[in-house]
Design a protein around this ligand. Structure first.
Ligand code: ADP
Ligand code: MG
Length: 253
C-alpha cells in the first residue's frame, strides 16, 4: 500500500478517509437535463447501502451515473480510490462491478443455464463461465435444479433469483441492484432480501435502491434518502428507520 495522503485535496475537510465507493460533488443527468445535484455519498467495503426516495427523485439515475449509463457533468466517482468517473458500463463490468437494472430481464427463450452463461460473456473462455455457473448452482441449489428450464416459464421469484445470480457470474466486488423486490409477490420479497444478505456475506459490497424502504433499510448498514435529486439524509439503516421525519415523509409512518 502506498503511503499517500489525499486529505488536502478533499473538498470536505471533515472526512479524511475515502470510502470504498464514493461520489464527490457529483452533478449528473442526461444530455442537457440535470437530475442529480451535488451528490456526496460513501459506501464502505463489504457494506450494504440502501438508497430510498420518492419516484422520480433520481435513484436510478444515481446508479446509472456510477455505472456509465448517465452523464456525469462534474464531480468524481471513485472505487477503491480509483477514479471511475465516466467509465463505460462494459469497463465497469470487467472491473468487477455488476448492475441489475430496474427493468432487468432474462432471455425467456433461453434456458436458465444459457442465461447464466450470458452473464459471463466477458470471460475469455466458455469453460470459465461454465465453471462459475456451477459454483453459483452450489450456492443457489434451486437454480441448479431448474437449469434446463426455459427462463420464460419461471415464477417471479425464480426469475429474480436468476437475475441476481447472472449478475454474480463475474464475481463482482460491487453489486448495484435497482429495486430488486419490485413486482414480486409478497411471499418472494423476503426471499430476495435473504439472497441479498447472502450475496453480501460472500463479501460483495452492495448498493441497493428500494421502493420498499422499510425492508431495504432494515438490511442496510448505510442508508441515503434522495429527494429532488439531492441527498437529504444519510445515516445507518437503523438511524434512518428510527428517524421521525424520514418515517413521516418517506416510510409512510
Ligand atoms: N433517459 C432519460 N433521459 C432524460 N431524463 C430522464 C431519463 N431517465 C430518467 N429521466 C428523468 O430523471 C428523473 C429521475 O428519474 P429516475 O432516476 O428514474 O428516478 P427514480 O429511479 O428515483 O424513480 C425523472 O425526472 C426522469 O424523468
Ligand atoms: Mg428508478
Amino acid at each position: 500500500m502506498p503511503a499517500e495522503s489525499n486529505m488536502s485535496t478533499h473538498s470536505d475537510p471533515q472526512s479524511s478517509e475515502t470510502a470504498f465507493l464514493e461520489m464527490r460533488d457529483v452533478v449528473a443527468g442526461y444530455g442537457n437535463t440535470t437530475v442529480l445535484h451535488d451528490i456526496n455519498i460513501g459506501v464502505e467495503n463489504g457494506q450494504i447501502a440502501c438508497l430510498i426516495g420518492p419516484n422520480g427523485s433520481g435513484k436510478s439515475t444515481l446508479m446509472k451515473s456510477i455505472y456509465g449509463f448517465a452523464d456525469v457533468k462534474s464531480g468524481t466517482i471513485t472505487v477503491n480510490e480509483n477514479d471511475i468517473t465516466g467509465r463505460s458500463p462494459q469497463e465497469n463490468l470487467m472491473a468487477g462491478m455488476s448492475y441489475v437494472l430496474q427493468d432487468a430481464s432474462v432471455f425467456p427463450q433461453m434456458t436458465v443455464h444459457e442465461n447464466m452463461l450470458m452473464g459471463g460473456y466477458v470471460f475469455d473462455d466458455d469453460s470459465q463461465a461454465a465453471r462459475r455457473a456451477e459454483e453459483l448452482y452450489d450456492e443457489f441449489p434451486i437454480l441448479g435444479d431448474i437449469r434446463n428450464q426455459n427462463a420464460g416459464t419461471l415464477s417471479g421469484g425464480q426469475r429474480r433469483l436468476l437475475e441476481l445470480a447472472r449478475a454474480l457470474m463475474v464475481d463482482p466486488e460491487i453489486m448495484m441492484l435497482d429495486e430488486p423486490s419490485i413486482g414480486l409477490e409478497p411471499r418472494f420479497i423476503e426471499d430476495v432480501f435473504d439472497r441479498i444478505k447472502q450475496l453480501n456475506n460472500l463479501g460483495t459490497t452492495i448498493l441497493l435502491v428500494e421502493q420498499n424502504a422499510q425492508k431495504g433499510l432494515s438490511v442496510a448498514d448505510r442508508g441515503f434518502v434522495l429527494a429532488s435529486g439531492e441527498i437529504k439524509f444519510t445515516g445507518t439503516g437503523t438511524e434512518l428507520l428510527n428517524n421521525d421525519e424520514i418515517g413521516r415523509l418517506y416510510l409512510g409512518g
